[in-house]
Design a protein around this ligand. Sequence first.
Ligand SMILES: [Zn+2]
Length: 340
Amino acid sequence: MSNRIVIGEVEIKPGEKKTINLPLPDLYTSSNIDMPVHVINGIEEGPTVFISAAMHGNEINGVEIIHRLIKSNEMKNLKGTLIAVPVVNVYGFIAQSRYLPDRRDLNRSFPGSGKGSMASRLAYLFMHEIVRKCTHGIDLHTGAIGRTNLPQIRAQLDLGMEIKKMACAFGAPVVMDSKKLLDGSLRKAARKHNIPILLYEAGEALRFDEMSIKIGVSGVINVLQFLGMLTSEGSHCDISKKPLLATSSNWVRAPQSGILRAVAEVGTHVEEGEVIGIVSDPFGENEEQVLATACGIIIGRTKLPLVYEGEALFHIAHFHEPSGVIKALEALRNKHRGSM
Ligand SMILES: [Zn+2]
């Protein structure tokens, strides 16, 4: 396998680093728009991996993860090829929005078509110029607007041992097995071509969360080490022996409309029936408790206290050993706290 790679008709030879601007449809002001792509091609051959962020234009933690990754000294001795795309949905990033100007969700528009809608064309370009040229990928996301997620890896673990090991190697406190992939998602489209993709979810839209960023940077480096692209300390792991794999998850919804006072934060271990929030009217009359519907760890929650009946408030993941997740989380906090 030769490491010669061509993106947007630009060739990046082994030992070269280049930034390529892939042209996208102009703005209606007639201004030109490009998708910036940074390629680091190692001298020695190896896998070709893409790292992408801001597929949803307002999910920006990943943009910072890629920024720090590219600057990191670790990348100097890379084997194989790293293709970094910090802003996939450039239009959404400019508008600080999850969506594209045609109000479509890019991550529901794959594999796309060169003759389709705006979203479909952008998905097609990303699929053909980046994803199809890669052997593996990591797509960086955050919670939607007003929602935060505990750092977690989502992957289709039934794809085989390699994706299991990648998911485990990342070292996030939680791994979720995505048994069903959404139609039009990047991961569903990549699955058809047997390209394993990890999805990292951490923090909140339109915010930088330092811990999520640090766990993300070290997580990507860990995966590149696992793939043999960076010198490894040899910490390969077996996901079946790790307590961090969630068996399932569920959302706890608002019992009534009102103002939410959340009691439990992300990363908290809760028991079934425990009070995790209170929803009331502005006078504090008509209070209703929000109860955990299962024992587990809160891996996501709304940050907006104004809620309607039925709205998803807390995301609880279930584990065989929730205490193992709490320990892993504590260890990660201690590891990354010192370097802040
Ligand atoms: Zn997203």
